[in-house]
Design a protein around this ligand. Structure first.
Ligand code: NA7
Length: 551
């Protein structure tokens, strides 16, 4: 191990960018370790996605009790969830309480959006520049970027989008209640409201808008397979039970693929008699959360025939629930099988289409041509609206990093490197050529295709142990090895290709037709599961951080 000479003192030993679940915890752990750490947040407050996504109906698809900071005993014992699947205001409130317990706000600067991060080889320091002209650049030895894989909102590419005279919102930039945790008070009664986008956000917003909008028009492009959420009030008995069984919940999440309390049935679908398998699918469909997606037979996301069987099962549920069979057929996905894209969870979503105040526009037969001052023009004519809601998702997984000009060794831009050679990382934590710059819950990381607060805590804990070693050994530079990154990326690609989702266009595979150049698939996910990623992390640590050059 050769030591890097320190030629210049840094303003901070470490900076953490982002004040979501991951960033707050990482800042806390580094501070507790004795690092001079600064947290940096672009917004005026903490919470990350839960601070921004305040649209009506926003809630988690994870059971409340498995979504949060498992590491904090005080929080686990004092916090009482009110719903089995908590709504956005309650989760944000939880994060605020966690921040209070960690006393973490004092370590953060707010309203400070990093626009550029430049590495200087000679001093081995990163310089961060900000969008705000009055915020002076600062230097740090280590950068922990906890930017969020679903934090770069993406508007659709439609001409005339800025000409609309009514109100329009992207769901991830929803107006806030200035004095509370939820949305601003907006009145949709007697309003003609349009929703574009049918991912998990679109589904949540549609089922709420159906209740309050004067008229709701859903613009249907490719639908997704949705299953019931199974929400309900959290009773005191249930909460008491949870509090006394957190050890078991933790163990269950830690042993499951995606960090949720669901595990695949260790049998192939067609090995089970038809009656038994149909009964199982019924049970899972009625089960909570991701029961059917992550708790069905082990080959459903792998074998096309097993997948088709489950797809047909869910298609029939849609046909049963939607009265107008023309609309039901429009709501049955034709471009992918069940679970191959992110499965939205719903509460009476399909029944919304039975309401008199709800109509649909089929974008496959009548595409949008432009947005006009009055509304949405399709090939079939103009649809006039007072409100347009864009539930069109994110520049997913890598977008938050692409939106910062990150320059590593030799002035190379991370975005250019990823655009030219495809995304390459080691463990999803670093790209070679970008020493001391950690990407957390980004491309190819074990926490990204996972219950994020649960799985990112593992990353934070692991990196913190690495930083303890760094401190003790006087290490100044950590850099991912090129070969190790090539191998990790190949490994991620192989795991992806085993699953049907690796062979389908979606944000899982890096496709976003609203973004130039994002029409080719890339390896953005580690789908090997939480236990495998944890084992890999432990092994790397045991072998002196193999794959990283420490100096
Ligand atoms: P998603 O899952 O990316 O969904 C976005 C939706 O918007 C999806 O249905 C898209 O259709 C649709 N879309 C995007 N562009 C257009 C245009 N131009 N015209 C019509 N429809 C369009 O984002 P979400 O916010 O729902 O969910 C993302 C994650 O955030 C979610 O998994 C949660 O964990 C939180 P497409 O599929 O491209 O055909």
């Amino acid at each position: 191990m050769t030591k890097v000479a320190m030629t210049k003192e840094a303003d901070f030993d470490a900076v953490v960018i982002g004040a979501g679940f991951t960033g707050l915890y990482q800042t806390y752990r580094l501070r507790e370790l004795g690092y001079r750490v600064l947290g940096i947040e672009g917004s005026d407050n903490i919470g990350g996605v839960w601070h921004y996504n305040r649209y009506p109906g926003c809630r988690i698809d994870s059971e409340s009790e498995v979504y949060g900071y498992f590491w904090n005993e005080q929080l686990k014992q004092e916090w009482n969830w009110t719903e089995r699947f908590a709504g956005q205001p309650e989760i944000l409130k939880y994060i605020h309480r966690a921040a209070e317990i960690m006393d973490i706000r004092k370590d953060y600067i707010f309203n400070s959006r990093v626009k550029k991060a430049v590495y200087d080889e000679e001093s081995n320091l990163w310089t961060l520049q900000f969008q705000e002209p009055d915020r002076a650049p600062l230097t740090a030895r280590f950068v922990f970027s906890a930017l969020g894989p679903l934090s770069a909102p993406q508007m659709p590419k439609i001409p005339g989008i800025n000409t609309f005279k009514g109100q329009s919102f992207h769901t991830a930039a929803w107006p806030r209640d200035p004095n509370g945790f939820g949305s601003a008070k907006l009145d949709f009664a007697n309003k003609r409201v349009a929703v574009i986008g049918l991912g998990s956000t679109g589904v949540q917003v549609i089922q709420e808008m159906g209740k309050v909008a004067g008229q709701l028009t859903v613009f249907l492009l490719e639908p997704n397979w949705c299953t019931p959420l199974g929400n309900g009030p959290m009773t005191k008995d249930r909460m008491d039970y949870i509090k006394s069984h957190y050890t078991e919940f933790t163990a269950k999440c830690d042993s499951s693929i995606a960090g949720f309390p669901h595990e695949f049935v260790p049998k192939n679908l067609f090995d089970v008699p038809k009656e038994e398998r149909d009964a199982k699918l019924e049970e899972l469909y009625k089960g909570p959360g991701f029961s059917l997606w992550l708790g069905a037979y082990q080959d459903v996301l792998v074998d096309p025939a097993a997948n088709k069987y489950v797809s047909d099962f869910v298609a029939n549920k849609i046909r049963e629930r939607v009265k107008d069979q023309r609309i039901a057929e429009l709501l049955i996905p034709k471009d992918h099988g069940f679970g191959i894209k992110r499965v939205p969870l719903e509460t009476k979503y399909y029944e919304v289409y039975n309401q008199d105040n709800v109509s649909v526009v089929d974008l496959k037969s009548t595409p949008i041509t432009r947005i006009t001052p009055e509304g949405i023009q399709t090939t079939d004519g103009l649809h006039e609206f007072d409100v347009i809601i864009y539930a069109t998702g994110f520049d997913a997984i890598r977008g938050s990093w692409d939106r910062i000009d990150i320059r590593g060794k030799g002035g190379v831009a991370l975005k250019d490197q990823w655009d030219t050679n495809g995304v390459k990382t080691y463990m999803g934590l670093q790209s070679p050529g970008f020493p001391n710059f950690f990407t957390m819950v980004g491309p190819q990381n074990g926490a990204t295709f996972c219950n994020i607060p649960r799985c990112s805590a593992l990353i934070v804990d692991w990196l913190t142990e690495m930083m303890a070693h760094v401190k003790e050994a006087g290490i100044q530079r950590i850099e991912a090895d090129q070969q190790a990154a090539e191998e990790w990326t190949t490994y991620c690609g192989k795991l992806m290709s085993k699953l049907l989702l690796g062979h389908t266009d979606s944000w899982f595979t890096g496709i976003n037709l609203n973004i130039k150049g994002r029409d080719k698939r890339d390896v953005l996910l580690f789908v090997g599961g939480n236990p495998k990623f944890r084992d890999y992390c432990n092994d790397v640590q045991k072998h002196d951080y193999k794959g990283y050059h420490l100096s």
